[in-house]
Design a protein around this ligand. Structure first.
Ligand code: AMP
Length: 423
């Protein structure tokens, strides 16, 4: 088989790493890829959102299956385009990707199908939003309605902070069009976890549990990022809780999307808040989580390719997944300053040392080649995943890997996975 992976971050490096291990696969392309991916696959200079060029490439190279990593091409309709042209592709249609692309769509879906989540209202006028915040009081959560790379959310502890967030989003338009309307949500207390399931639109195949760390600094301080690390399994998600998540959230979501005429195919990412053993939805995403994909794919024992293909073909009924017993912990190394402004272009040292360690896998995210050297080029630069018999051992291994890598200004959290140890 020939497979094309769309994207060029840590998630796509992990997907490529897993896909090249499949005996079914002869050639893997990645568009646009990154220097880490280039060691495993043929990188193609096409941007992840250039759907026409991606289609032309896949058609010309007779690609058997295209796997979409990031949300932007999905919300632009890459799946519809490929299917209309007779090409097999893994991911949700444009209509189904609204579950991530539009918070009001996903909130309305949850209300209609009785899926547990925070109470909310959407507003397209600043003053009405502010009145509502004043009536509700704090803590309260303010979100830009459109896509904002995981950063369009403010958990406000005071009314003033919430009003300032509305002004930033609606008046200053710091997220552009994504902030032309806001969703104001009830604050949910509890512990977060991520839950993923493959689906062909009807059948559901859950993945192992995982948890990510969104805030930039230790002890969950600082602004939210795309994710500073993740681990799997997540002890907060017991087997009985996983069953409850499928029954009360994933099943009604997949059935509801089909009922709405937009069957959801691909991987569904459910961001959860868990309190007193009850899961509620924080958000849905229409793709694999990043960084969660990194520890999850490293732990996955089964070949992922038949599962991706079964989803794309609409028959997941016979599929199953096996997992390695080991725990996996991924520590994200970011550019100094991220998620605010940061400098790029610094040479990264120690990649081979870390990558050569047993039970350590280094995935590239924001890196590029500069005159033969690998330099940082984005906010999140690398994900270093360690494997161990326990989460504690996996944490130790991941940080031994991290210790071998350095560049000017590199920043990482020192407490990834620690939450799992408290249980
Ligand atoms: P989102 O982009 O919707 O996943 O939000 C980013 C982060 O904000 C989540 O991972 C949570 O930590 C936090 N968050 C979002 N909505 C809520 C809520 N209703 N209550 C508490 N925390 C929230």
């Amino acid at each position: 088989m020939k497979i094309l992976v769309v994207g060029g971050g840590g998630r796509e490096h992990a997907l490529v790493w897993k896909i090249v291990q499949s005996p079914l696969v002869e050639t893997v392309y990645c568009a646009p890829g990154n220097p880490g991916i280039a060691e495993l696959a043929e990188c193609v200079h096409i941007a992840a959102d250039d759907i026409d060029a991606l289609f032309d490439f896949a058609k010309a190279e007779q690609v058997d299956l295209t796997v979409v990593g990031p949300e932007v091409p999905l919300t632009l309709g890459i799946v519809d385009r490929f299917q209309a042209g007779g090409l097999e592709i893994f991911g949700p249609s444009q209509a189904a990707a609204r579950i991530e692309g539009s918070k009001s769509f996903s909130k309305d879906l949850m209300a209609k199908y009785g899926i547990p989540t925070a109470a909310y209202r959407s507003f397209s006028e600043r003053d009405a939003a502010v009145d509502y915040i004043c009536a509700q009081g704090a803590p309260i959560v303010v979100k830009a309605n459109g896509l904002a790379a995981g950063k369009g959310v403010v958990v406000a502890t005071t009314v003033e902070q919430a009003v300032a967030a509305v002004d930033d989003i609606m008046i200053q338009a710091i997220f552009g069009e994504a902030g032309s309307s806001v969703v104001i949500e009830e604050f949910m207390a509890g512990e977060e976890a991520s839950f993923f399931a493959f689906t062909d639109g009807r059948n559901i195949l859950p993945l192992a549990s995982s948890q990510d760390h969104k805030p930039a600094f230790d002890n969950d301080a600082g602004p939210n990022t795309g994710g500073m690390g993740a681990y799997s399994p997540a002890p907060v998600v017991t087997d009985s809780l996983a069953a409850k998540i499928v029954e009360t959230i994933v099943r009604p979501t997949i059935d509801g999307m089909a009922e709405e005429g937009s069957p959801y195919v691909g991987i569904l990412y459910v961001g959860l808040m868990i309190a007193d053993g009850k899961p509620r939805v924080v958000e849905f995403n229409a793709r694999f989580g990043d960084p969660e994909a990194q520890p999850l794919l490293v732990r996955m024992k089964s070949d992922v390719v038949p599962v991706l293909q079964a989803c794309a073909r609409g028959d997941l009924s016979g599929a199953s997944l096996e997992w390695h017993d080991k725990a996996a912990v991924c520590v994200v190394m970011a550019s100094g300053g991220y998620p605010a402004a940061y400098e790029t272009g610094f040479e990264i040292f120690g990649l081979d040392d870390a990558g050569g360690m047993q039970d350590v896998v280094v995935f590239h995210a924001g890196t590029r080649f500069d005159e033969g050297k690998v330099v940082n080029s984005g906010g999140r630069v690398l994900g270093v995943t360690g494997l161990g018999a326990t989460v504690a051992e996996a944490i130790a291994r991941a940080y031994q890997g991290v210790a071998k890598i350095h560049w000017q200004g590199a920043h990482f959290r020192t407490d990834i996975g620690r939450k799992a140890l408290y249980r």
